[in-house]
Design a protein around this ligand. Sequence first.
Ligand code: FMN
Length: 294
Amino acid sequence: MNTIEEKEIVFNEHDLIVSMTDRKGKITYANDIFCKIAGYSHEELIGKPHSIVRHSDMPRVVFKLLWDTVLGGKPISAFVKNRTKEGNYYWVKAYVAPIISNGEIIRIISYRRPISSFVKQEISKLYKVLSEHEKSNSLDETFEFMLHFLKERNLSYEQFIDRLALNRSISSPDALNIDVDSYYIDHMIFKTNILRSIALGKKDIKVTESCCCNFGKKLKSLEDMPFTLHPSWRKVHHYHNHVHSLMGDYVERAAKSATKDELNGILLEVEKDTLKLFSALRDVIDNYVEERSL
Ligand SMILES: Cc1cc2nc3c(=O)[nH]c(=O)nc-3n(C[C@H](O)[C@H](O)[C@H](O)COP(=O)(O)O)c2cc1C
């Protein structure tokens, strides 16, 4: 239970908490620092399940991932909030790894170090969301939810841990990393250049090839991102296709344009169409971020 008196125990940068368990999670070894920080004697820890230091703020799904990975023969890192004997808490970055002998997991070892206040703050937000999700969903569903959270940010679990450990934020969905304005400018420069070149009489411009611009590629790469389920995403595609399908027409008119004003008129039309495309994109991202913000 969370109590008001609960205090954070901050441990030293140079301290290393070490423990070992059997393959069921029963503690077989605890170093002095573990005993000191958790507030238990060796005797009180040895033979006990490791959940002895479990804090109620920890989502179950984190331990599911930990156990699935370790019993699958692989190591894993995780940020864990633990409870001391006195009812206080301490945060760690735990590295947990199986010790394998003759193909069998004989022991599981864990090393833990302190984490920065930035990480504590960020991971607490996520764990709160996961714990809330667990209240009305099965463990497997929350596991899916967590994978979804990572996918939105285009991060594997390992990348997510590394990124946080480097004090870089994970709260922004990948959608936020799309620099809409720079794509807009790219688009405009690209089209303006083509149309100007054509107006100046350069006939060897391969419009279809050139129009395969970066933004088109970006759109494709985003196709399985959750925000593409947003109804406005169809608009983005619609305007993108529209802008490109009009290119032939623009090119033809630019080639025939006799004056600078005529060309500028065409460029203005292009700009208007391109703006529609990028405001639809901005719409999708803004709505999405609003709905999904942690
Ligand atoms: C080597 C090792 C170290 C562990 N360290 C911790 C730990 O520091 N804190 C914790 O809550 N669980 C730790 N666990 C996970 C626990 O075994 C357990 O799965 C977790 O506390 C959830 O307990 P519960 O399923 O009874 O809720 C560790 C497991 C292993 C194998």
